[in-house]
Design a protein around this ligand. Structure first.
Ligand SMILES: Cc1cc2nc3c(=O)[nH]c(=O)nc-3n(C[C@H](O)[C@H](O)[C@H](O)COP(=O)(O)OP(=O)(O)OC[C@H]3O[C@@H](n4cnc5c(N)ncnc54)[C@H](O)[C@@H]3O)c2cc1C
Length: 316
């Protein structure tokens, strides 16, 4: 019987949505699951993990863990693997995945978007070649399986009230070869792309920075993240942190608005997992319409004010 150890991600003292998605998925499959929780002052979050089905939470809570240090985190996750006897480790896609796998002398399967588990048999699916191909993977031998799973592909259930059973991890002592002196976080009140349930994205069709300023209020009205195609970012109309796509952020919101975006394969690679896609493009043959659920063939400068008006009416 598979036993899953899920590595929790914490941001600003709270468990991230992608961790809750993994726990909910494991629970829905009837799998025994446990979690690893690492950071400074994070123990209060253990009950949230228990409320999503984690039977045990392996806890590394220490002031020395306030700033993420890959060496320390790898050591702590390895300790949790040892103590739990897990047969699978699930992480959200991060650079921790290959380090954990290397420490256990096993391979890692990264960027998985779908899993089928039957006893000890696991079939994993992951997009590759800009999502033109979905790769079907199986592990060839027994032993620990380390899998990183892309966020947004499973749904997080409501957390039920629960009290966690916790097990302390040994905090690594001594000098780490790696010293992280500070983490600089940009302070912004914008909704983050990979956490957003709605994304409004601007493409080259907006014509410039003024066009970006024209469509951005639609994102604000909807409480959405503001995305862009690479063409927009390369032109310097918006910073690169807004870029959605193969070489930008992968998003899987409930609603994705593509405004003046042609739908190049590299853009689709980052947003085609969105649940509902709404495209506005004046070219009826634009490839974006092949993936769109709703399409407006027309000028975005005419469509955006109408969309904003309708949103205001719904909010009123
Ligand atoms: C290795 C590699 C990686 C890449 N990674 C990414 C990536 O991560 N993300 C990404 O986005 N791209 C990426 N690209 C670039 C990608 O190939 C496209 O060039 C880019 O996505 C095009 O952006 P666009 O759709 O905004 O612009 P265009 O392709 O120029 O499309 C603009 C669209 O706007 C429409 N339009 C114009 N005016 C209006 C108007 N007034 N109203 C309505 N519609 C209008 C046009 O009909 C057109 O369809 C990558 C390319 C390479 C080679």
């Amino acid at each position: 019987m598979s036993k899953i150890l899920i590595v929790a991600e914490v941001k600003n003292g709270e468990i991230k949505k992608n961790t809750l998605e993994l726990l909910s998925f494991a629970k829905s499959q009837g799998l025994e699951n446990e979690a690893v929780l690492i950071g400074s002052g994070v123990s209060g979050q253990a009950d949230i993990l228990a409320g999503q089905g984690a039977s045990t939470v392996y806890l590394g809570d220490d002031p020395s863990l306030e700033i993420y240090n890959t060496e320390q985190y790898t050591a702590l996750v390895s300790d949790a693997i040892l103590q739990s006897g897990a047969t699978q480790v699930w992480l959200s896609s991060s650079e921790l995945t290959p380090r954990v796998a290397a420490r256990q002398s096993v391979g890692a399967l990264s960027d998985v978007t779908q899993l089928e588990i039957s006893g000890d048999e696991i079939t994993a699916y992951r997009p590759c070649m800009s999502t033109k191909v979905i790769q079907k993977c199986k592990f060839s031998k027994d032993g620990l399986r380390v899998i990183s799973i892309r966020s947004g592909f499973f749904t997080a259930d409501e957390t039920s009230p629960a009290t966690a059973k916790t097990v302390s991890l040994s905090i690594p002592e001594g000098h780490s070869k790696l010293k992280v002196k500070a983490v600089q976080v940009e302070v912004s009140d914008e909704v983050e792309l990979n956490e957003a349930s709605i994304v409004v994205s601007a493409g080259r069709g907006v014509g410039g920075t003024e066009g970006c300023d024209f469509v951005r209020p639609l994102a604000t009205d909807l409480g959405a993240a503001f995305g862009a195609s690479r063409a927009v970012c390369d032109a310097g109309w918006l910073p690169h942190k807004h870029q959605v796509g193969q070489t930008g952020t992968m998003v899987t919101p409930n609603f994705y608005f593509a405004l003046g975006i042609s739908g190049a394969i590299q853009h689709l690679a980052g947003m085609s997992g969105s649940k509902v896609i709404i495209a506005v493009n004046k070219d009826p043959d634009a490839p974006i319409f092949k993936v769109a659920d709703y399409g407006i063939v027309g000028d975005l400068f005419k469509a955006v004010p109408v969309l904003r008006e309708e949103v205001q009416k719904l909010k009123a």
